[in-house]
Design a protein around this ligand. Structure first.
Ligand code: ARG
Length: 458
């Protein structure tokens, strides 16, 4: 391990076990590129403001880019306390004493806060792009499904027929909200802490507008104590990721149910299924189960960070180093899960006949019977009761509502006429719900158009 940036004040070096415990390079090396970006911007600004000479600043920037090249070419990122010490150590080794001027008017506290914002900003963009890919796949499924009807459930009991496109659109709505949330998180985090130094600001005549512009931040932070210790944006990202995982886990659950023998609505192709080591017949939905399970990791990351920041005294505390591993893990998990699910949803096949047949089971058009009466003037509550009795009679005689004769309907209420039989088919039921967002083909088509329109923003 190289000498510490702070060694001057100490008689003896940090013990090996303390060093290993204290270090963050094994995980904050992921910040390498953004750390260089921020350092180049800082050095440039120091040069413009005359805090360093133009030549010194240029030499430092060149040196930083050389390190970027060396690492890209395979130089190991190791042997330092953290990524900031690593970069500074390499810089001084390569360009000599002038490299020691890089840290003028800066602290690792505003440096790491800036790096994290730059990194999470990129992560928001990646999450948005991944969710967009997933919605594109769902839109293809929706387009294919627009002429098909499937059972809609409440309490996991067949409730009313729904349009297949409407079903897929429901998930697109959730993922669109997730995209909006990541975009809002990105916007809110795009405030630059650099220039706050350790906690109190700096006595050098820096120009924070220069670094803000160079790093693409919208604003500069207005309180140095807050700026160096604020990790709200990491918590926000983790919340956005948690909710996206919640939505994904619901789709997983549907996938697991719908591909079971008991439902049989969808098939997962062999390339995305797994088997059992003992039961030769098994075809298991391991991928959706894993994604559902990984939701817990992402929630864990959120709770972990919220607990880390709770009760921290102002300003920077080393506890904040604990933002990184949970964040990186959650980020990787989210991107992996969204991308594997886009691939899976592209490959599933729909058993449209099985879905259609199932949509007619469980008296799923009973509401249409009641609506039929209500539309002819019977108060809905009375219509509900009449229909309930018909359902009871059907259960007793082992019939479906569509098996009943007109005489049987009339015996329940004289309001029923011949046209009731056409009004209570599965198709008619789905088509009847033409309200915005409803199950008719036209409404489902409009739903697809609406998702597409909002997706275009991204
Ligand atoms: N590795 C540290 C972190 O992630 C960098 C900041 C260190 N600052 C300090 N004052 N020790 O938070």
């Amino acid at each position: 391990m190289k000498n510490k940036l702070w060694q001057g004040r100490f008689d003896t070096p940090l013990s090996a076990d303390a060093d290993a415990f204290n270090q963050s390079l094994t995980f904050d090396r992921k910040l390498f590129d953004v750390d260089l970006d921020a350092s180049v911007a800082h050095a440039t600004m120091l040069g413009v403001c005359g805090i360093l000479t133009k030549e010194e600043a240029a030499r430092i920037c060149e040196g930083l880019e050389d390190i970027r090249r060396d690492v890209a070419a395979g130089m190991p990122v190791s042997g330092a306390e953290d990524i900031h010490s690593f970069v500074e150590g390499e810089l001084v080794e390569n360009i000599g004493d002038v490299g020691k001027k890089l840290h003028t008017a800066r602290s690792r506290n505003d440096q790491v806060a800036t790096d994290m914002r730059l990194y999470v900003r990129g992560s928001c963009d990646e999450a948005i792009a991944a969710l967009k890919d997933l919605i594109e796949v769902l839109l293809v499924r929706a387009k294919e499904g627009v002429h098909y009807v499937m059972p809609g459930f409440t309490h996991l009991r067949k409730a009313q027929p729904v349009n297949c496109a409407q079903y897929f659109n429901a998930y697109s709505e959730m993922f669109l909200r997730d995209m909006d949330r990541f975009a809002a998180c990105r916007k809110r985090l795009n405030v630059m802490p650099l220039g706050s130094a350790a906690l109190a600001g700096t006595s050098y005549p820096i120009d924070r507008e220069i670094t803000r512009e160079l790093l693409g931040f919208d604003e500069i932070s207005q309180n140095s104590l807050d700026a160096v210790s604020d990790r709200d944006f990491v918590a926000e990202y983790l919340f956005c990721a948690s909710l996206a995982m919640a939505h994904l886990s619901r789709l997983c659950e549907d996938t697991i149910l719908y591909t079971s023998d008991e439902f049989g609505y969808w098939n997962i192709p062999d390339e995305y299924s797994t088997g059992s080591s003992i039961m030769p017949q098994k075809k298991n939905p391991d991928l959706p189960e894993l994604v559902r399970g990984k939701t817990g990791r992402v929630y864990g990351a959120l709770v972990s960070l919220l607990t880390v920041i709770k009760g921290l005294p102002l300003a920077y505390n080393k506890d904040l180093q604990e933002d990184k591993e949970v964040f990186f893990d959650a980020e990787t998990t989210l991107l992996q899960c969204v991308s594997i699910y886009a691939a899976l949803m592209e490959k599933i096949t729909l058993n449209v006949n099985a879905m259609f047949d199932a949509a007619g089971e469980g008296f799923s058009t009973a509401t249409d019977v009641a609506d039929y009466l209500a539309k002819k003037g019977v108060p809905f509550r009375d219509a509900h009761a009449v229909t309930g009795k018909l359902v009871r009679a059907c259960i007793a005689s082992g019939k479906k509502l569509t098996d009943l004769t007109l005489e049987e309907f009339k015996a329940a209420s004289h309001i029923f006429e011949e046209d009731v039989l056409a009004a209570i088919t599965v198709r008619a039921s789905a088509e009847a719900r033409n309200s915005v967002g409803g199950s008719s083909v036209a409404a489902a088509r409009a739903g697809i158009a609406s998702v597409k329109r909002r997706l275009k923003k991204y």
